[in-house]
Design a protein around this ligand. Structure first.
Ligand code: NAI
Length: 471
């Protein structure tokens, strides 16, 4: 990362000078990340503190996920729910009083909370523990989405907690599990507890049965569900794959076993071909706004036996305040970022995407929050967020999930051209105090593309380090 504030912070002289002026030097914690194929035991030998409010219903999912991930469970109160899973994986549950001082993760099942007074359980569990959370640690709350008051309170709680622990590179998130969808909570739990979610913080996700019917189960049975190489034998299409987030995504999907059709503009076919060769994938020089783009993508997918994963990542910015914006800039940005996404999704879903498939589209926090000089970009990216919400129920009966990722400040060509002050603001003004890297976004895309994310559809997941802009 080319970051002059971080460089300044590393220079002892500059550091003491700035300190003597009473100014803080933001030296963000180095985030622990996972690269390439997913580690089978992401929490190996790490201490996980577990607690629950009375009436908790998700402890079996929590116990299974923590044990599978190799974590050492230290349980507050009744540990019976953790015994079976913990013993099966050689990770016997112990009392919280036996936990080491440094804790990697704090996990609290708040699914039993039914009223405002019950929220006190959050305070009781986290108050004595939050300062013991380690570098790149994890704070995770589980709840139910059915009561909007409770779900809202849990979300507000983690958003604030994320800001308190972000300086240590630690994250805080909430998983809301609909009644009946408990068996689908394990995948999201493992993702949020692992280093794969390093730049995802202050986020709620909702796990539901919406897309978990027959076709999904069939697709899963034929494709396997191991964490490592979770995408073996799948075919993925990634648009805008020549560089940045698209290239990182293509690499990660390939590392999980997918055959990747790498799509980018015809003028970028050199980069696209090099990448496709490296990944043993398929290059496709294609402008997503070309009139025959849908037809050509469908053909390319069918030549590989159909597509299982579609990542709509190609995107552009053409910033100008509205009064100064030429109509071509409006048309181009809306055309590439939104109209092409809608059109290509329709063509692929109808003619090439298999049942149990995945669609992941790139939105942006600029779209969710609005940004000066970006009326065209924000309209297109907020449109994408609305598009996935609208499309998800239509494809749910085929077991296809449709989600969006809204990245915050990610270090790519797109953000390298932003003026310095705005760029520094984009990096600093977040709970984690730094920008993300393309692989952070790729990890979230790969997770949403995996069998483990069957319970997530119609969602917009921010990968933004807890950026302060945008609700
Ligand atoms: P990038 O500029 O590095 O890569 C975008 C790719 O899309 C390029 O390879 C480009 O050739 C391709 N592309 C553009 N127009 C195309 C077209 N008409 N047909 C085919 N391919 C086309 O950008 P980056 O940063 O990797 O962004 C990827 C996506 O993530 C975009 O949709 C962007 O809006 C979104 N995003 C990025 C953020 C960031 O901080 N970098 C923040 C929020 C969203």
């Amino acid at each position: 990362m080319n970051d002059w504030l971080v460089d300044l912070g590393k220079n002892p002289r500059a550091r003491s000078l700035v300190k003597s002026l009473g100014l803080p030097i933001p030296l963000p914690a180095q985030l622990q990340r996972e690269h390439g194929t997913w580690a089978p035991r992401p929490l190996m030998d790490r201490a996980v503190a577990l607690g629950a409010a009375p009436g908790a219903a998700l402890l079996t999912s929590v116990a299974g996920a923590v044990a599978r991930a190799g974590g050492d469970p230290f349980v507050e109160g009744d540990a019976s729910a953790f015994r079976g899973a913990g013993d099966a994986y050689g990770r016997p549950a112990r009392g919280l009083d036996q936990a080491p001082e440094r804790l990697h993760a704090l996990v609290f099942d708040a699914s039993g909370v039914t009223d405002a007074a019950g929220l006190r359980a959050l305070y009781d569990f986290f108050h004595p523990l939050i300062r013991r959370i380690g570098r790149s640690g994890r704070l995770l709350v589980l709840g139910r989405p059915e009561d909007p008051m409770i779900a809202g309170a849990l979300t507000g709680f983690v958003k604030s907690a994320a800001k308190e622990i972000g300086g240590a590179g630690a994250t805080a998130n909430v998983i809301l599990v609909a009644r009946g969808a408990e068996a689908l909570a394990g995948g999201p739990l493992e993702f949020f507890l692992s280093a794969r979610s390093a730049f995802v913080t202050a986020q709620p996700v909702e796990v539901s049965l919406a897309a978990a019917g027959e076709p999904a189960l069939r697709a899963k049975a034929t494709n396997g569900d191991g964490a490592a190489r979770a995408l073996d034998r799948k075919v993925a299409i990634v648009t805008g794959a020549a560089r940045g987030i698209g290239a990182a995504t293509a690499r990660l999907l390939a590392a999980q076993g997918a055959r990747v059709i790498c799509v980018d503009r015809p003028e970028d076919v050199g980069e696209t071909s090099t990448l496709a060769r490296e990944l043993d994938g398929v290059p496709l020089g294609l402008d997503v706004i070309a009139p025959d783009a849908g037809e050509r993508l469908v053909e390319a997918a069918r030549a590989e036996g159909g597509a299982d994963i579609v990542v709509q990542n190609a995107g552009i910015t053409r910033d100008k305040t509205l009064g100064r914006m030429k109509e071509e800039l409006w048309d181009l940005v809306l055309g590439v970022n939104l109209a092409a996404v809608v059109k290509l999704n329709a063509a692929l879903a109808e003619r090439a995407l298999s049942d149990g498939g995945r669609i992941v589209c790139l939105s942006s926090i600029a779209g969710l929050a609005g940004n000066n000089g970006q009326t065209n970009y924000a309209a297109s990216k907020a449109g994408v967020a609305g598009h996935v919400r609208g499309l998800a129920p239509k494809l749910a009966e085929r077991g296809i999930t449709v989600n969006a990722i809204a990245p915050g400040f990610i270090e790519t060509r797109l953000t390298a051209v932003v003026p310095l002050a705005v760029r520094e603001g984009g990096r600093r003004l977040s709970a984690l105090g730094q920008g993300g890297i393309p692989e952070d976004v790729a990890q979230a895309i790969a997770f949403l593309s995996s069998p483990a994310a069957q319970g997530l559809t119609g969602q917009v997941l921010r990968v933004c380090g807890g950026a302060f802009i945008g609700a």
